[in-house]
Design a protein around this ligand. Structure first.
Ligand SMILES: *Cc1c(COP(=O)(O)O)cnc(C)c1O
Length: 389
């Protein structure tokens, strides 16, 4: 969303002038340490680990949860492709579940795709819309399945007053350019489980028990990668974190005004929400009877300058465009490919989740803005009302 000001510029300058950009210091707490502390306090969780991306956070989270070859991980058919590729990166197989009209994973279908091999589920709070975490948590605990929340689009959201990311065993956040708060590229893993945290810590820093994690000598070390963040980025994130409440307030307020003002439009159907207050407010979804009707309205909104999109057009956020999954090319080399490692793999096809495709094609998003003036919003809504009638 990139709302930057002088404060971000000053934060970057402070770090640059210090001459030390590396997150692990020998002396006082680094910007990254401080960001992690502030993010922990904001979410009320025990551990936070900043890293290079949301994808890195998802992969490290799965490593933390001991997910690996032979395991299946359920992901929704509507999410950024990174959610579905994260299981492959740790040797596991992604299993797709339909979404329902809430645009998040359908708990009923989650139940149906569970097999004895299912180790984890990654519910995704798409566009800041909270998943049905009560139903998902119930199914997960009944089936002994771990829960990794993908909160990459939902920083600051909550479900029944509990911050998103802290309800499952772990939560992954992204701070790339297009997210609610951003430092260009970045991410964070949060958890209350110190085993998950320590494994992710070691994995994300070249698999070594050294530097700030020297105290983990009892944890058998294993090979890892470098997903470290730099202090330049976390210095920016610390400023962004201070902006977050205001950004969310603006987005949620716009969404509430949309809801209020459009309630008088006859037959207008909104996608159901699992928590209207916890929703981040980044989009205002409207559901139509047919894809043709949605496309017609979308065209006329766009022609009249109203910022609106349909999620069916969101490319790699729709499973039917996930080429590496559909073609079962799960790694750069066949001997590392999870699809080659196990006897039973899912049958993927472009039409395997017809309900997801139908719901996405029948939905359009009016886009909210954190910077629009009240009068611009109201004039936009007047146009929307006319076009919907
Ligand atoms: C952005 C995003 C990711 C990946 O985050 P990166 O920081 O780009 O790696 C994962 N899942 C979802 C739902 C996202 O929107």
């Amino acid at each position: 969303m990139h709302i930057f000001g002088d404060e971000e510029v000053q934060a970057v300058e402070r770090v640059l002038r210090s001459g030390y950009l590396f997150r692990y210091t020998s002396g006082q707490p680094s910007e990254s340490d401080l960001f992690e502390k502030e993010w922990r306090e904001r979410l009320g969780c025990r551990h936070a680990l900043a890293m290079s991306s949301g994808t890195a956070a998802l992969i490290s989270g799965l490593v933390g949860l001991h997910v690996g070859p032979g395991d299946e991980v359920v992901v929704p058919a509507y999410t950024f492709i990174a959610t579905a590729l994260a299981p492959l990166a740790v040797g596991a197989i992604p299993v797709l579940a339909e979404i329902d009209e809430s645009l998040t994973i359908d708990p009923g279908h989650l139940q149906q795709v569970i097999t004895p091999r299912t180790k984890a589920v990654i519910p995704v709070h798409m566009c800041g819309l909270p998943c049905d975490l009560d139903a998902i948590s119930r199914i997960a605990s009944q089936n002994d399945i771990l829960l990794l929340e993908d909160c990459c689009q939902a920083a600051g959201g909550h479900y029944r007053s509990t911050p998103l990311g802290t309800i499952g065993q772990a939560g992954a956040f992204s701070f790339n350019q297009f997210k609610i708060i951003t430092c260009g590229e970045g991410g964070a893993l949060v958890t209350n489980d110190s085993d998950v945290f320590q494994r992710a810590l070691v994995y994300h820093d070249t698999g070594c028990v050294f530097r700030d994690n020297e105290s983990l000598q009892n944890l058998p070390s294993f090979a890892g990668v470098n997903f470290r963040i730099t202090d330049i980025l976390t210095a920016i994130l610390r400023v962004q974190l201070q902006r977050l409440p205001k950004i969310l307030r603006s987005l949620r307020r716009e969404k509430a005004v949309f809801r209020e003002e459009l309630s008088s439009v006859p037959d207008l159907r909104l996608n159901p929400s699992h928590d209207q207050d916890g929703d981040c407010g980044t989009v205002f979804p409207i559901l139509f009877e047919t894809p043709q009707q949605a496309a017609r309205v979308l065209n006329s909104l766009n022609e009249h300058g109203v910022p609106a999109v349909s999620p069916i057009n969101s490319e790699r956020h729709v499973y039917s465009n996930w080429e590496p999954v559909l073609s079962k090319r799960g790694a750069h080399h066949p001997l590392l490919d999870p699809f080659q490692l196990v006897a039973i793999t899912p049958d993927y096809s472009r039409d395997m989740c017809p309900r997801t495709l139908s719901i996405l094609a029948r939905t359009i998003y009016l886009e909210t803005s954190a910077t629009r003036s009240e009068s611009d919003l109201l004039s936009l809504i007047r146009r929307v009302k006319q076009l919907l009638r």
